[in-house]
Design a protein around this ligand. Structure first.
Ligand code: C2E
Ligand code: MG
Ligand code: MG
Ligand code: MG
Length: 282
């Protein structure tokens, strides 16, 4: 049982799933403290218009500096937060913080501020009753116009329709944009693009990684830009790491991209410094 998990002699007899659950419970308990004591902060990765190198938007990404463990990657603590339900208050904090920051940029930078701030939202949050109302309340409280917010969800979160799709529809009614994150890696169904209120596809890094390898390796990235254009969706290429990938994506007709080639996730003040962006490397 959970209370025995910490004791070495019981661990041997515990199946891997239980150990995993107990580990996640421990991470989540730590995370609750982190949320309450200010160990969390957001960084912002630029989303670039690759036709002219200008800053289009930013994606908010949460960071945890654990007092003993140092930085803990989101890939570790987000699943724990999802499993335990802590993602709901955590996600609420992330959303409010990102919206408040977007307003600060607008005040400071005016027209040079990022046009949109994207916030990752977990399936669990999306299914929470009143999610869209909570988003509306945050927008109202922070003073961020809805059109400057994009919510990123995965295909898997909306695959089975129901409450999640209703929530997306309510968000769209508010004027918030919806992005399908890591597109092509989840429960992909192209039919989803018609039934789900989506504005934007984030083409997964795995398709960007091979885009310069020629032949069949570029086929999916090429097809997804055509589908996006045909359905009047915007597409963002994720995880662009080299100038060669950037050039190939431009050649395929991509307009937006994100990745270490352009910028790492940055603290808010560094985003300010991007207001006169360098032209994208060829
Ligand atoms: P994601 O939403 O797909 O975010 C993109 C991830 O790719 C980020 O990792 C980002 O730092 C990384 N990345 C961006 N460009 C490159 C690149 O050129 N090369 C490589 N190798 N990686 C790149 P991060 O920040 O570790 O986040 C990982 C995942 O954790 C996110 O994937 C998202 O699913 C989740 N996550 C992060 N922050 C939040 C959050 O605030 N809320 C929720 N619900 N999930 C979050
Ligand atoms: Mg994302
Ligand atoms: Mg992504
Ligand atoms: Mg990803």
């Amino acid at each position: 049982e959970a209370k025995h998990q910490g004791k070495g002699r019981f661990r041997v007899y515990t199946c891997a799933m239980d150990q995993r659950g107990a580990e996640q419970a421990r991470v989540a308990a730590d995370l609750r403290t982190a949320l309450d004591t200010g160990q969390l902060h957001l960084v912002y990765q630029p989303i670039v218009d690759i036709t002219d190198g200008s800053l289009h938007g930013v994606e908010a990404l949460v960071r945890w500096d654990h007092p003993e463990r140092g930085p803990v990657p989101p890939a570790e603590f987000i699943p724990a937060a999802e499993r335990t339900g802590l993602i709901v208050p955590l996600g609420g904090w992330i959303l409010a913080e990102a919206c408040a920051q977007a307003v600060r940029w607008q005040r400071r930078l005016g027209a040079a501020a990022p046009e949109t701030v994207s916030v990752n939202v977990s399936a669990r949050q999306l299914r929470e009753a009143g999610f869209a109302d909570d988003v509306a309340a945050v927008l109202h409280r922070t003073g961020l116009p809805a059109r400057h917010l994009t919510v990123e969800v995965t295909e898997t979160a909306v695959f089975d329709g129901g409450a999640a799709v209703d929530a997306l529809r309510a968000l769209k009614d508010l004027g918030v944009a919806v992005a399908l994150d890591d597109f092509g890696t989840g429960h992909s169904s192209l039919g989803l693009l018609r039934t789900c209120p989506v504005d934007l596809l984030k083409v997964d890094k795995s398709f960007v990684d091979t885009v310069t390898h020629g032949g069949e390796h570029a086929v999916i990235a090429a097809a997804l830009i055509d589908i996006s254009n045909g359905l009047h969706l915007r597409a963002v290429a994720e995880g662009v790491e080299t100038a060669e990938q950037a050039a190939e994506l431009r050649r395929l007709g991509y307009r937006y991209a994100q990745g270490y080639h352009y910028a790492r996730p940055l603290p808010p003040d560094a985003v300010t410094a991007l207001q006169t962006p360098a032209p994208a490397a060829a």
